[in-house]
Design a binder for this molecule. Structure first.
Ligand code: NDP
Ligand code: OXD
Length: 315
């Protein structure tokens, strides 16, 4: 008997288990805290697993993340050391993220909020619009999501650069790499987009000191921030201060240090902020379950797991 266990205390594990059962009819599905005989649990889907739960599974073979990010799994201080962690890399999710990023860039580029306000006030103001070629976008993180978004922005005519830990080659995108090239990347960037994972190295990277290194010669006179990576990357007080001081022109934020965002957060009502509730790229349940089932099938036939997390790097 081989059990697939959901350890997802903040998600509706029962609903996911029903979908997963459809993808793997022969396997027993369980949802923590109902683990059955722990010796039968070979596979787990986890998100914020409580300490010692995964560690208590003696025959655990693979831990699946139901998202692309794995910070919510790596945060378990008792995580079993040698069990592979597989994350989501799925064209549907990538497409959704690129939609979100392109939408946010265009919202700022075409000044859609200003047009909305004018419509509401019945003001016919045919103000000048800039060409895409005037707005330099820069994507932090050129992984599965960042590379796709950067490619699509480049095709739309935005001068596009990207920055990653190791050097990449992305068609139409000027690729910067490593800490030594960060300042040059920032200095040519009018719209900064973060699609970085949450790691110790990226924690707090979106801070006022970094904003001050961005270009100020773009069409809006101050840079724009778009973060759809993780909230841990942003120093939220710095974003508010930079917006209020005019050091940032505007921001689109999908992720926050603490989610759900507290009603007291200044972001809700800030005139320069477009806020979305961590909905940039939802995981489609059926697609993810089929992806997990295929991985297990291949693994049990002796094949390799795909999209295994590098625990040393933290993503
Ligand atoms: P990948 O692992 O494919 O890519 C991560 C990229 O970040 C890589 O290019 C990597 O560089 C780069 N990177 C990591 N650390 C550093 C660093 N210290 N300095 C410079 N570059 C760094 O991840 P994905 O593209 O699939 O996903 C990115 C993140 O997006 C996820 O981790 C998650 O947090 C977030 N996400 C948010 C969603 C939302 O709805 N808001 C939905 C899905 C994901 P290198 O390639 O050189 O290693
Ligand atoms: C993910 C997310 O990591 O939805 O997939 O944030």
């Amino acid at each position: 008997m081989s059990t697939f266990l959901f350890v997802t205390p903040t998600w509706d594990g029962q609903a996911w288990a029903q979908h997963m059962q459809g993808a793997m009819p022969q396997r027993t599905m369980r949802v923590w805290p109902d683990m059955g005989d722990v010796a039968d649990v070979h596979y787990v889907a986890a998100w914020l697993p409580p300490a010692n739960v995964l560690r208590s599974l003696p025959n655990l073979k693979v831990i699946f993340s139901l998202g692309a990010g794995v910070d919510a799994i790596l945060s378990d201080p008792t995580l079993p050391e040698n069990t592979p962690i597989v994350r989501v890399n799925d064209p549907d999710l990538t497409m959704r993220m690129s939609e979100h990023i392109v939408l946010q860039v265009l919202m700022h580029h075409r000044q859609q909020r200003r047009l909305d306000a004018n419509q509401k006030a019945k003001i016919w103001d045919n103000f000048p619009q800039h060409a895409a070629s005037a707005l330099r976008v820069g994507v932090m993180g050129l992984g599965v999501l960042g590379a796709d978004a950067a490619r699509k922005l480049s095709v739309m005519g935005f001068p596009t650069a990207g920055w990653s830990r190791t050097r990449k080659t992305v068609e139409g995108v000027h690729c910067y790499a490593g800490a030594t090239e960060l300042d040059a990347f920032l200095a040519r960037t009018d719209v900064l987009i973060s699609l970085l994972p949450a790691t110790l190295e990226t924690d707090g990277i979106l801070n006022r000191g970094l904003f001050q290194k961005l270009a100020r010669s773009g069409p809006f006179g101050a840079p724009i921030l778009i973060n759809a990576g993780r909230g841990r990357q942003q120093v939220e007080a710095d974003i508010v201060a930079a917006l209020d001081a005019g050091e940032l022109y505007a921001a689109s934020l999908d992720v926050f240090q603490k989610e759900p965002l507290a009603p007291s957060s200044p972001f809700w009502s800030h005139g320069k902020v477009i806020l979305t509730p961590h909905s940039a790229a939802d995981s489609d349940t059926a697609t993810i379950c089929a992806y997990v089932a295929q991985q297990i099938e291949r693994f049990e036939r002796g094949g390799d797991l795909q999209n295994v997390v590098d625990r040393r790097q933290g993503y």
